[in-house]
Design a protein around this ligand. Structure first.
Ligand code: DX5
Ligand code: ZN
Length: 226
């Protein structure tokens, strides 16, 4: 199975955002993960549509926009127009989740739903036919550089089973390192978001490769260990 890596711009140097986007593109990123925070749903503030529009010309890769905002619905068109390809809303921030997911698709974008660590899998039961991506938060959203919450591995396994044969990507966000990446992939994740583990040291390409290769070697071990 080929895993996608989505570096999170939250850990990039914001004074050189365009350059950082080009660097992770060249380093092998599959998606560009963009964290939008409102200081209300999460205790931090980041960027809005104008910044996304400004960095859009720097890459052709998929913009995976994670909306940690409440409400999200009134702003979805702005993010779509700014250049998002995937728009992910939080189940906890949306009283009308089904409507928002339908609206995202009507804008011609892929619809994602994200679950905070304490949110149960059952919230997905009646929206599975409306989503293209499910994002499991493996930290409490708001900041980069936090420690992976192990209890989310069980949630990833359950969602993988729930997805069945549907064409839905299962993405995990928060505390991803080569070690936790391997555990997430073994549990059924297909897309891994990584901020601090990518934007460090002097080779983003090596950092991305370390996350990809860690999961490959563990998968291999799974086959050879009886
Ligand atoms: C947290 C964000 C994450 C964050 C991940 O609210 O959604 O995307 O940037 O950062 P790391 O990989 O450092 O945990
Ligand atoms: Zn995120």
């Amino acid at each position: 199975m080929s895993i996608k890596i989505a570096p999170s711009l939250l850990s990039a140097d914001f004074s050189r955002l365009g350059e950082e986007v080009r660097a992770i593109d060249a380093a092998g990123a599959d998606y560009i993960h963009i964290d939008v925070m409102d200081g209300h749903f999460v205790p931090n503030l980041t960027i809005g549509p104008v910044v996304i529009k400004a960095i859009r010309p720097h890459t052709r890769k998929i913009f995976d926009v994670h909306l940690m905002i409440d409400p999200a619905q009134p702003f979805l068109k702005d993010y779509a127009d700014a250049g998002a390809d995937i728009l992910t809303v939080h189940a906890e921030a949306d009283r009308h989740l089904d409507r928002s997911l339908q609206y995202i698709r009507s804008l011609g974008k892929k619809a994602g739903v994200s679950l905070n660590p304490a949110t149960p899998v059952s919230i997905l039961d009646h929206v599975l036919d409306r989503v293209d991506l499910i994002l499991v938060m493996s930290v409490n959203p708001g900041f980069g550089g936090q420690v992976f919450i192990d209890a989310q591995l069980e949630k990833i396994r359950r969602i993988r089973t729930l997805i069945g044969n549907r064409a839905i990507e299962l993405e995990v966000d928060g505390g991803i390192t080569p070690q936790t990446a391997a555990q997430c992939v073994a549990a059924g994740a297909d897309v891994l978001v990584a901020g601090s583990a990518v934007f460090k040291g002097n080779s983003y390409a090596d950092n991305i490769a370390a996350i990809r290769n860690a999961q490959t070697s563990i998968c291999h071990e799974t086959f050879i260990i009886p």
